[in-house]
Design a protein around this ligand. Structure first.
Ligand SMILES: Nc1nc2c(c(=O)[nH]1)N[C@H]1C(S)=C(S)[C@@H](COP(=O)(O)O)O[C@H]1N2
Ligand SMILES: [Mo]
Length: 214
């Protein structure tokens, strides 16, 4: 016997299955398409986690800026410290809510280095050899931080301490860990994952996961 595939019951059960697959309550509006919430904080990297003490950390800011410079920990601490609470969205489909990061805004950094008129993009360098690119307008997002703490404690080495970028409005691969360099460029150039097929921008709400093939 069995139930004919187009019976009313089959249609109802199919509808329910679709409803059950949606995240519930408040999570619905917060999760970008294709993402699910996790409670732990996964670690993703290229297999190398450089150990850098705060006193040995340096950040070189170069390229199309009026005031190229190297920041160290003392200089970083002299800049206004802010807290941002944000959600993290990783392209591998996990999202983590309510992360409180502490650090300096990219606005503070831009004030200090003064990008030249021709600057349109930045390339971020991690101490593990990682790079990732951003249009200057995304780097300058008001929520973007050069972060040194998470939930009030120093960022651990696996999560990119002493200092990483946190750019909550784009997929998390843009948030370079073990940040050691920022180069200001006239045009957007692909970084590590962007050269390997990831999207040049990476907006989770538009599901900009992968770039055009070719
Ligand atoms: N330097 C560096 N930064 C990096 C990466 C990396 O491999 N090296 N991985 C990126 C990717 S793909 C993601 S999803 C996040 C992961 O950050 P987390 O390990 O703190 O969750 O870091 C990003 N920043
Ligand atoms: Mo990622």
């Amino acid at each position: 016997m069995g139930i004919p595939p187009d019976s009313r019951l089959t249609r109802l059960k199919t509808q329910w299955a679709q409803v059950q697959r949606q995240p519930k309550g408040a999570a619905r509006a917060r999760l970008p398409p294709g993402q699910h919430e996790v409670r732990d904080w996964p670690v993703l990297d290229l297999g190398e986690q450089p150990e850098i003490a705060r006193q040995d950390w340096r950040l070189a800011i170069e390229g199309l800026v009026a005031r190229p410079q190297v920041l160290d920990w003392t200089a970083l601490m002299e800049i206004e410290q802010v807290d941002t609470t944000c959600d993290i969205h990783c392209v591998t489909s996990w999202s983590r809510f309510d992360n409180r990061f502490t650090g300096i805004t990219t606005h503070s950094l831009l004030d200090r280095v003064q990008p030249l008129e021709q600057a349109r993009a930045v390339l971020l360098y991690g101490s593990d050899g990682y790079t990732t690119n951003l249009p200057l307008t995304d780097f300058a997002h008001p929520d973007a931080l050069l972060a040194h703490s998470w939930q009030g404690a120093p960022l651990t080495t696996p999560h990119g301490g002493p200092v990483r970028l946190v750019l909550p409005h784009l997929y998390f691969w843009k948030s370079a860990k073990w940040l050691r360099g920022i180069e200001f460029l006239a045009a957007d150039e692909p970084g590590f994952w962007e050269e390997r097929g990831y999207h040049m921008r990476g907006d989770p709400w538009a599901e900009e996961r992968y770039g055009a093939p070719g």
